[in-house]
Each structure stands twice: as structure tokens, then as C-alpha cells.
Design a protein around this ligand. Structure first.
Ligand SMILES: *Cc1c(COP(=O)(O)O)cnc(C)c1O
Length: 399
């Protein structure tokens, strides 16, 4: 039995959908991308859906649509996959981090409210939230807070009632990184529709895959037009192939990927159900292992969309040693997330140190993502849990 960290779930119908595109002459900018977008509008209830070639590209277009300029501040968290911070840096804006809720890993709304208030006051009050150092480009260029970028960590939406209250008080855009939460719900509302813009991602370990790909959803007509233009080299509606109204990118999704996505999204309920079943097995077989805390769900999450299964390991266990033993035993595991603020380039740019975001660091130090996909069978989950129980003995820290 070879256990995989994750694996895509591709059906015969999925393969057939891609084959059909390959028999046509339209490999890009054809009917599949539109059909894929329409499926997302129906699924989420959003007015617009804009397909792009990665979740990162989608987040970047949202940052542009929110008119985040060089020096502007965007509030986000360091407990995320790297791209939610990188898209802010692409525009030479300054990501200001707030720490996260220890239960969910999502943005702490109280810290958000405090940070926005202090940053709007400026001076000494603001300093507490700003990084120790700023890159040269920002030293004489530090603007106002422009946007909030929360992450729906591990498939569980952040607290958007609280986030949106702050956003409306200070007139800020909310960009929802829902790249891990397709199909999730917050108080009955679809993940991705909880801020001004929401982004999904379709890398092969996500709930649905297109190989590489992403989708933006929004109700904002103007923003949708603008983002469609930017994904296609800045060609605005009415522009010809060699006319470019804006500085744009090639963030287009090709037709094979869109066809795969369209076929996969029709299977979303099946895929989410299978993932939930695997999560249930984990919860069941981990209950007797004292040193392990399973993922924690909060009441506002009326539906979790299982993306990964991340456990927390007790402090008296050497997490890295445990991971090493498990990997040697054929169980792939991974710390997840690795905090963003202590990545080498972030330390260099902003002078962050360990200790700056203690909750994020604690989660980062004690987390372990277990093998997880819709294709896992019960026997594999049993094996993983058994090997965790065995390996814990070897990883016990000596006092
Ligand atoms: C997957 C993911 C993304 C986007 O990733 P891409 O590889 O660019 O599609 C962004 N944010 C989070 C939190 C993610 O998990």
C-alpha cells in the first residue's frame, strides 16, 4: 500500500471532456472557459466569475481591482500559503500582518479592528502594527490601509461579519482568499462570496482541479470587466487584439483546463462528500491518540469544505522528529502552514523575527498535515493513524 500526500480524483468523464477539446481548433479563449465561469456563477450565486490560470493570478487581479497602489497597506495574516502575501508585494504595497485565532488559524477579528484603528490614527499608535523595517521603495511611501485579505484556512471561512464591519467602517475592500474553501459555507453563505472579491484555486491537491487554474467571483460589474481585461494583456471590452487599454498580464486559462474544471465542478458534491468521509475516519481513528488534537470547527462554519487534514501535536512531542519517523515509515506528512513572516525573503525585506506572531508560530510549530484526498480508503486512514500512534513513542521529548 503506497500512501500519497494528496491525489487528484479524475473520472473517465473528466478525461473525455479534455479529449473533446483536443479534437477542436479552439485550445484557448473558446466556449469552455465561459461554461466553466457560468458554472461558478450558478454555484456561488455571484454575479460574475472570471477564470484565470492560478489562484495566485486571481488574487493578484483582485489586488489590482481594489486599486491597491505602491505603499498602500493591506491587512492580512502570516498563517497562509505564501501567495496571499506575495500578491500584495507584487504591487509594492505593504502587507501588515495580524495574528490568527488559535482554534481555526483564521484572522483574529479583534486584532484586525485594533490594527485598522491604530493605523488610521498614525504615529505611535500605528507603529506597533508596522514591520520593523521597510524595503527602500516603501521608506518614503507609506499610504493608508486600502484592503483586508483574510484566508479561509483549511476550508473553514474566516469571521466575515466582523471583517466586513471593520471594512465598511473604514471603507476598505475585502479580498477573500477562498483557495482552500470551495463549497464551504459561513452562516449559510457560500465561501468566496463573503467579501468584495473571492478567489478559488485548482492546483491538483485542491477540492477540484484543472492542473493549474483559479476563479474569481464578484458582484462588482466594473471590477469584473477590469479583471477580464487584465487577464488578457489589458485588452478592455471593445479593444482589438493589438490594442491595450491597461497594463495587463497573460493570466488566461486554456480550454483543456476549463473543460476539466467544468467536468470536475459537476462532481463537486461527490468529491466533497468523499473528502468529508475521509475526515470522519480520521476523527474516529485518532480519538484514542492523546497527543493529537484534530481540526477544530467553529459554529459559524455551517459547512466545512475539507481541503487538508491538519492535526496539532502536543508540546511534549518533537513534531519534526515525529514527521521524520512517519516519512521513513511510508506516511508522507508535512508541517502546514510554514509562517510567512519568517520566510527568508520576508525577514530580509521587513525585519520580522520569531516571536512577532506567536499564535501563527505555535500553529506552525505543532501542525502536521496528514495524507488526504477524496480517493483515500478507510484501510489507509487506519494505517496512517496506527503509524502515528507507533511513531509518537519515538518522538516523545525527554524532560
Ligand atoms: C492554493 C492556495 C492559493 C493559490 O495557489 P495557486 O497555486 O496559485 O493556484 C492561494 N492561497 C491559499 C491559501 C492556497 O491554499
Amino acid at each position: 500500500m503506497k500512501i500519497h500526500m494528496s491525489s487528484p480524483d479524475i473520472s473517465d468523464a473528466d478525461r473525455q471532456a479534455v479529449q473533446e477539446v483536443l479534437q477542436t481548433t479552439m485550445l484557448s479563449m473558446g466556449p469552455k472557459i465561459k461554461a466553466f465561469e457560468d458554472a461558478f456563477r450558478r454555484l456561488t450565486g455571484a454575479k460574475h466569475a472570471v477564470a484565470v490560470n492560478s489562484g495566485t493570478a486571481g488574487l493578484h487581479l483582485c489586488v489590482r481591482a481594489a486599486y491597491v497602489d505602491a505603499g498602500d497597506i493591506v491587512i492580512t495574516t502570516p498563517f497562509s500559503f505564501i501567495s496571499s502575501t506575495n500578491v500584495i508585494l507584487f504591487e509594492k504595497a505593504v502587507p501588515v500582518f495580524v495574528d490568527v485565532d488559535p482554534l481555526t488559524g483564521n484572522m483574529d477579528p479583534d486584532l484586525l479592528a485594533e490594527a485598522v484603528e491604530d493605523l488610521s490614527l498614525g504615529g505611535e499608535a500605528a507603529r506597533r502594527w508596522l514591520p520593523r523595517t521597510l524595503p527602500p521603495v516603501n521608506q518614503n511611501l507609506l499610504g493608508d490601509v486600502r484592503a483586508i485579505l483574510p484566508i479561509d484556512v483549511f476550508g473553514q471561512p474566516a469571521d466575515y461579519d466582523a471583517v466586513n464591519a471593520v471594512a465598511s467602517q473604514y471603507d476598505l475592500a475585502v479580498i477573500e482568499d477562498s483557495c482552500e474553501a470551495l463549497g464551504g459555507e459561513y452562516k449559510g453563505h457560500a465561501a468566496g462570496t463573503l467579501g468584495d472579491y473571492g478567489v478559488f484555486a485548482f492546483y491538483p491537491n485542491k477540492q477540484i482541479t484543472t492542473g493549474e487554474g483559479g476563479m474569481i467571483v464578484t458582484d462588482d460589474d466594473q471590477a469584473a470587466d477590469f479583471m477580464r481585461a487584465l487577464r488578457n494583456q489589458g485588452r478592455a471590452p471593445g479593444d482589438t487584439w493589438l490594442q491595450h487599454t491597461h497594463l495587463g498580464y497573460n493570466y488566461r486559462l486554456d480550454e483543456m483546463s476549463a473543460a476539466l474544471g467544468l467536468s470536475q465542478i459537476q462532481r463537486l458534491e461527490e468529491l466533497l462528500r468523499k473528502r468529508a468521509r475521509v475526515a470522519d475516519w480520521y476523527a474516529q481513528y485518532l480519538t484514542d491518540i492523546e497527543e493529537v488534537t484534530p481540526p477544530q470547527l467553529v459554529e459559524s462554519t455551517t459547512r466545512v469544505s475539507w481541503f487538508v487534514y491538519v492535526i496539532r501535536i502536543d508540546e511534549n512531542i518533537d513534531r519534526d522528529r515525529l514527521a521524520q519517523v512517519l516519512i521513513e515509515e511510508g506516511v508522507p506528512v508535512r508541517p502546514y502552514f510554514a509562517p510567512i513572516h519568517i520566510q527568508p525573503y520576508m525577514v530580509k525585506m521587513f525585519g520580522y523575527q520569531r516571536g512577532d506572531y506567536p499564535v501563527t508560530e505555535d500553529l506552525g510549530d505543532r501542525s502536521l498535515a496528514l495524507p488526504f484526498s477524496s480517493r483515500m480508503i478507510e484501510e489507509e486512514v487506519v494505517t496512517v493513524c496506527q503509524r502515528i500512534a507507533d511513531a509518537l513513542v519515538k518522538a516523545e521529548k525527554l524532560e
